[in-house]
Design a protein around this ligand. Structure first.
Ligand SMILES: [Cu+2]
Length: 210
């Protein structure tokens, strides 16, 4: 497996697999028990059913085990979420403006682009707002997504660790051309990014197209 493009990928995928894994094991276990009971306790001639009034240990187990499982899901979900929200103060800031139906990226030095360019191995902080309706910023390969709201600033954070070009999509239905509201994030080597950042032209001459 190739290395993940950001550290968030491992965290988010782990939580996902953990929850789905537990759910699948429980589904199979409960279904198997149910089928077994249907055969074991079906009506038989000459069999007298008896009522059972409580079983302390059984009840303790079926309260304690699901509680522990759900709390562990919460724990991994919460620590993963904290990683996504813990934005380093020295992160490289890019302002994102969403509008029907495109994204615009503004850098501190005045540069403005339609494609997001970022240097590798650098924490990136996106400060996002919308000039019209609600949108959402989604980079599937990085496992990050956040709403973009009019008159409000929302944030996203990631640290790219793999060079390349990754899809960015709007993930909130925002009108007629919502389905075409796509752009890309290009992760460049540090030197190449600096050259682009300091150059007059807005477009990168990068050969990265994958
Ligand atoms: Cu949109």
């Amino acid at each position: 497996m190739s290395p993940a493009p950001t550290t968030h990928v491992e965290t988010v995928d782990f939580v996902m697999l953990y929850i789905v894994g537990i759910s699948v094991i429980l589904l199979l276990g409960i279904t198997a028990t149910m089928i077994y009971f249907v055969f074991k306790y079906h009506r038989k001639k000459g069999h007298q059913p008896v009522d059972i009034h409580g079983n302390f240990w059984l009840e303790l187990i079926w309260i304690a085990v699901p509680t522990a499982l759900v709390l562990s899901m919460f724990y991994f979900g919460y620590t993963g979420f904290r990683d996504l929200r813990d934005i380093p103060a020295d992160a490289f800031k890019v302002k994102v403006e969403a509008m029907m139906w495109k994204f615009s990226f503004k850098y501190d030095n005045g540069k403005q682009t339609d494609t997001l360019y970022v240097p590798i191995n650098t924490p990136i902080h996106l400060e996002m707002t919308s000039v019209d309706v609600n949108h959402a910023f989604f980079i599937p390969a990085f496992r990050i997504k956040e709403d973009i709201i009019n008159n409000k600033v929302t944030d996203l954070y990631f640290k790219p660790e793999e060079l390349g070009k990754y899809d960015v999509a709007c993930a909130e239905y925002c009108g007629l051309k919502h389905s075409m509201m796509y752009t890309a994030v290009k992760v460049l080597p540090k030197q190449e990014f600096d050259a682009w950042y300091d150059a007059k032209s807005n477009e990168s001459t990068s050969v990265i197209t994958k």
